[in-house]
Write a protein that binds this ligand. Sequence first.
Ligand SMILES: C[S@@+](CC[C@H](N)C(=O)[O-])C[C@H]1O[C@@H](n2cnc3c(N)ncnc32)[C@H](O)[C@@H]1O
Length: 661
Amino acid sequence: MAPNSDSNTVFLTEKEAERIRSTVKTRLERCSELTGRPRKPRDSTDAIKEATGASLMADMGGAPDPDMTETQGPGGTIPALAVGEPYPPCIVSLQDLQPMGLADLQLNTHHRGRLLTVKRVSPVVTLVARSWAMVQDKMGKETERLEVCLHKSRHGEDVLESASGFVIKEPFFTLTDHGEATIRVDHPSDLIVYDSQTADGSSLASDTEVVAAEQLARMCKDKGNAALKQKDLPQAHAQYTEGLKVAKRTVVSDKTPDLARDLFRNRAYVNLLLEQLDEAKADAKASITGKEDPRSQELDSKAFFRAGCAAYALGDHQEAKGFFEEQRKRTPSDKDAIAYLRKIELRISEQETGRYDLGKIRAGLSRVRPRADAADFINKTKVSDSPGRGRGLFAATNILAGEIVICEKAFCVVWGHEREALTAMTYDVRDDRIRVSPVGLSKSIVQKLLSNPSQIERVLGLYGDYTGNGDSVSRTEDGPVVDTFRVHDIVSRNAFGPGNQHGKEDARHASTGLWIRAACINHSCVPNAKKEFIGDLMVFRATRAITAGEELFHSYDLSSDYDARQTALTTTWGFECRCALCSTEEADDVAVRNKRRELASEADAFVETEHWANAKRLTIMRAQRLKRAIDGTYDAERFESVPRLAAQAIEGWLAKASPRR
Ligand SMILES: C[S@@+](CC[C@H](N)C(=O)[O-])C[C@H]1O[C@@H](n2cnc3c(N)ncnc32)[C@H](O)[C@@H]1O
């Protein structure tokens, strides 16, 4: 990777790049040699001792993290990960899988159709991009390493650390980068936290059992309330869920129907805090009593409010409006409902007209509130095939120069200053390329999809190199399923950086986001739309008049240098640009392109250091000379109808400069 003065550029030495490549290649060779071989038993005591030591060292930061690679630059060290060996997640429910033991594991094998029940027997070794621990199966005779890669936490808690019992669906037994055997989990839905309490009340028969079940449900509700008070949201959610298993049984709900409703209402609240919006909405709806007495009206008002908040956060403004109106009917003076209904009017107007108070939106943003409260405006565009480029976004109506084409909130954005921000060097074995990848964004998207499965289809419908094995299963009886490899590939080809809006960023913590509609816009070096970011709002404006039916383009890479642009487009986006400008520049002599690159760098440095306001006559003359020199590298005839990108910065400066009086 080329050295660069830009603070967001990662500089990887050839030696480091070679080390990453050879580590991965050696592992793959070893894996293929060992495929199908039986697992070698481990000495339990030694294995646990080793994990305990490694866990202590990791906690103290005392040992080098094997995930990390050295890079030069302000970001410091960056994790290095191998990608490009995707496999689909398990899409079979637990009840349809056959149990197996650790002794049955075979190397480099996905044990399809099988499940492993294990308990953790060592502390967890928490590394930047993975966590691991030693586990034993039911018999307690065999011990093995269990590693959770990248997607290792849920609601901010390390999954391995959150419990001691796990079920691994269709376990993948392989080698670590260092050649050690391990069970490896890449898809969060393949690891189920094993729940020993089976309070499903499935065989409730006698009155005494029903009373006991009711008591159990009440106890869960109390425990949930206590956990909520302690702000232990995952625990509160688990307790309410446990209580609901019993309270929903007909024999219990016939006797005390309000118990399940209370649990649903409480869980709706916890779900809102956990941003599990699908379930928050469903729970709130399930808790509605429909009764007329004042107490029930008050409780239903609360339920409609929670359903409204969930629908609003999901961007379903019409649905949210319906819920808040129901709330207002029950509690007419409720200020929250009135405030939300007012906001919804604004959102619906933004969505329909594309008119935004962008100044106000900008003023409401800050480092602690970096996400805009705004609706998406997309109805001037439609998605259609773009020959040679997959799908593209097209104008559905005539659009004037300067008009908003689309305005969209990020489906997910991770700001450089947020805990989730994480950049990695990924070595992709499919094309032998090392890239800088926003893996923190992939992690956050996976979490968001697991929490809101209604959104899975929208995201997985985006373009990515790996498209899975054709199964579109996004849920089993055990919960939502998200293919993390597909999300990784989608992020690679569709994510953008909203820029440094909230203080300095470094290479390891760059801001990145995913905008679903805008992800359909293809690239051109001669675009007809230009994007700007206001918080997580991506605003595209037409740079010239666009007629209905025309394809919309923006520039993925703004470099004025043909070679730099082509390298970025092939490496990051996987295509060679064949636009009118690239074809013209490609025909230039290499020496001419080199000269132009040098002059453009000089012009950039000039623009950076010399302010145009009150510039001296001599400074202006220098700028004019530079512009003439750059123009001299362009053949007037061939470049008549395409832009001269290298001259744009200095032209802009000259247009603004005025001689000092
Ligand atoms: C953000 S997506 C754009 C939408 C995409 N075409 C689709 O079908 O969903 C980026 C991908 O679109 C394709 N693409 C974008 N602009 C292109 C162009 N000018 N020429 C060829 N492929 C292009 C590349 O495969 C790139 O990785």
